[in-house]
Write a protein that binds this ligand. Structure first.
Ligand SMILES: Cc1cc2nc3c(=O)[nH]c(=O)nc-3n(C[C@H](O)[C@H](O)[C@H](O)COP(=O)(O)OP(=O)(O)OC[C@H]3O[C@@H](n4cnc5c(N)ncnc54)[C@H](O)[C@@H]3O)c2cc1C
Ligand code: SF4
Length: 504
């Protein structure tokens, strides 16, 4: 019988993967490879590389224990061909296989590389999502605006999650208005479950330290879950101790608490250690048991069957050029402090330092601190995209690019966001305690101590008034700008420009 190669990528660590389901355990060979090309096409955070390699090694062992023939290549193997297509060709020669079965990768770059390979390829749909691309495209077809909320409601109907017959549980689809409480004085959650590295993780940490030790970010301490059992324990820990308050403080930020009530499960979901429906059902169960309130559970489920599915649909619908879009023609280079955290702006310094140490920042830090600043300052969105793809442990292009290029930088011209996510310092002050320990004064609008977000905010609106002044959701803001005294406007714009000119 002619054997086939079954490709399992580093973010496809799920036993029910479509490629594995299409395989014959008795004759086919699973190919897994730690290759330089994937680890270096952008310089990933060392924690991200270690997480993926460790999870891959454990998953390969699991497959072997289940009777699969796994051809696994470690990064430092002398015969390592250095790329996924190269490894497939090498394994084809070794086994005599001439056909590859793959599950569609989550990145156009790799899809193209597989398609260009001189081996017969069957690319299976990735069934680990609630929605198929066909469903998403059918939903999007003919709509003037692709708003997540309406897609999300369809996903609620499809999954039956938090549904009471054909009506949403509690009578409302969305409880976001209850999920915007500012930072509390303290947090009654000790943070995500942490795991001591075992021998497999330890070996990977040594390898990553030797090969990628000079990249941005700290490798150690490393505490992420690296297999399915651990990831499930981390989920249970979150549901038990944090979910009840997840909603209330979802948007809050704190100097001395990096995780608040967030789940830290995105890396596990994105590489396949957790299944989105399993996660949502566990949260729904907590609501039904009376353990967690509806605003928390609905908010959490919306992130997963709403936002996560929606951004994936957008990524594949929009095509390979999406990460290159630049609707606002922003050309400034990314400031150096994104790599050092060395800035007097405390919100940025804290968010970037945390990113270097944890490979994690939560949604509002990404959107309203680092993303907001980049948009206000007119940083080239492709550089911003590159930064996010490098620095976060959960960053895979299908989920990162729509969030960064679309939601955060408005570079897709409003496909995802109906208006740009920009704010002055007031929003950051309301949602965090960052401003209390900042050298700038958030209440000062101009002058040497003025919070830079305050002047940059108006600079952004003024320079893009052609584009946004007619946006209904921004009418009021532009009316405020127009009413402002001309001298004051001139001072604000010139101080913002001086600040921008000082960025290196
Ligand atoms: C500029 C920017 C860049 C981002 N880049 C990524 C990325 O590279 N990878 C990534 O997984 N998420 C990304 N997100 C979404 C979100 O910030 C992370 O999913 C979240 O912070 C992960 O932490 P958590 O597990 O503690 O999430 P929680 O806040 O506890 O949320 C639970 C889960 O919901 C899902 N989720 C929440 N928001 C989103 C969203 N906007 N898009 C997709 N899924 C979402 C995640 O799977 C997450 O694990 C980005 C958001 C922004 C604004
Ligand atoms: S004052 Fe401005 S720069 Fe400082 S922490 Fe607050 S928002 Fe950030």
């Amino acid at each position: 019988m002619v054997s086939k190669l079954i490709l399992v990528l580093g973010d496809q660590l799920t036993e029910t993967l479509s490629a594995l389901k299409a395989a014959d355990k008795a004759s086919d060979h699973v190919v897994m490879a730690e290759v330089a090309e994937e680890a270096t096409y952008v310089q990933h955070h060392p924690k991200k590389i270690a997480f993926i390699f460790a999870a891959m090694r454990k998953f390969a062992k699991r497959l072997r224990d289940a009777g699969w023939d796994v051809r696994y290549t470690q990064l430092d193997d002398t015969e390592n061909a250095g790329s996924i297509p190269g490894e497939l060709l090498r394994r084809a020669e070794e086994t005599g296989a001439s056909e590859v079965i793959a599950t569609q990768p989550g990145e156009w770059r790799l899809i193209r590389a597989l398609e260009d390979m001189p081996l017969k390829l069957t690319m299976k749909t990735d069934t680990r999502f609630v929605s198929t691309q066909e469903e998403f495209d059918a939903w999007a077809e003919g709509r003037k605006a692709l708003r997540m909320e309406y897609f999300y409601r369809d996903m609620r109907r499809k999954t039956g999650l938090l549904m009471d017959g054909d009506q949403p549980e509690g009578g409302k689809w969305n409880y976001d208005a209850e999920n915007r409480k500012p930072a509390p004085d303290d947090i009654a959650f000790s943070g995500p479950m942490q795991f001591t590295p075992d021998d497999i993780v330890g070996d990977v940490l040594d390898l990553v330290e030797a090969r990628f030790g000079n990249s941005f970010g700290q490798l150690r301490p490393f505490w992420f879950a690296t297999d399915q059992e651990q990831a499930r324990r981390a989920l249970t820990h979150f549901i038990t101790y944090a979910l009840p308050r997840f909603g209330d403080f979802q948007d809050a930020m704190m100097n001395d608490n990096r995780f608040l009530y967030h789940a830290l499960i995105s890396p596990y979901l994105n590489v396949g250690l957790l299944d989105p429906i399993e996660v949502c059902k566990a949260a729904e169960e907590a609501y039904k048991d009376g353990h967690a309130p509806l605003n928390a559970v609905e908010g959490f489920i919306r992130q997963i069957i709403g936002w996560r599915e929606y951004v994936r649909g957008i990524y594949f619908r929009e095509g390979p050029d999406y990460p290159r879009r630049n609707a606002l023609n922003h050309q400034r280079k990314l400031p150096d402090f994104y790599w050092t955290g060395d800035t007097d702006m405390n919100c940025l310094s804290k968010s970037i330092t945390q990113t270097a140490e944890e490979a994690y920042a939560h949604h509002i830090q990404r959107l309203m601190v680092t993303g907001n600043f980049a948009l206000l300052a007119g940083i080239n969105p492709h550089e911003v995209h590159d930064w996010y793809l490098r620095v976060y442990i959960d960053a895979f292009e299908w989920v990162e690019a729509p969030n960064v290029v679309g939601m955060s930088q408005f570079a897709d011209n409003g496909i995802i966001a109906s208006k740009p996510y920009v704010s002055s310092g007031a929003y950051i002050n309301r949602m965090s305690d960052y401003c209390k320990s900042c050298r700038y004064k958030v209440t000062a609008k101009t002058g040497p101590n003025a919070c830079p977000f305050n002047t940059l905010y108006w600079h952004f609106l003024d320079r893009h008034s052609d584009k946004f002044a007619k946006n209904q959701r921004m009418n009021q803001i532009y009316a405020n700008w127009r009413r402002m005294d001309e001298d004051r406007k001139t001072t604000i714009l010139s101080e913002a420009q001086t600040f921008l000119d000082s960025l290196t």
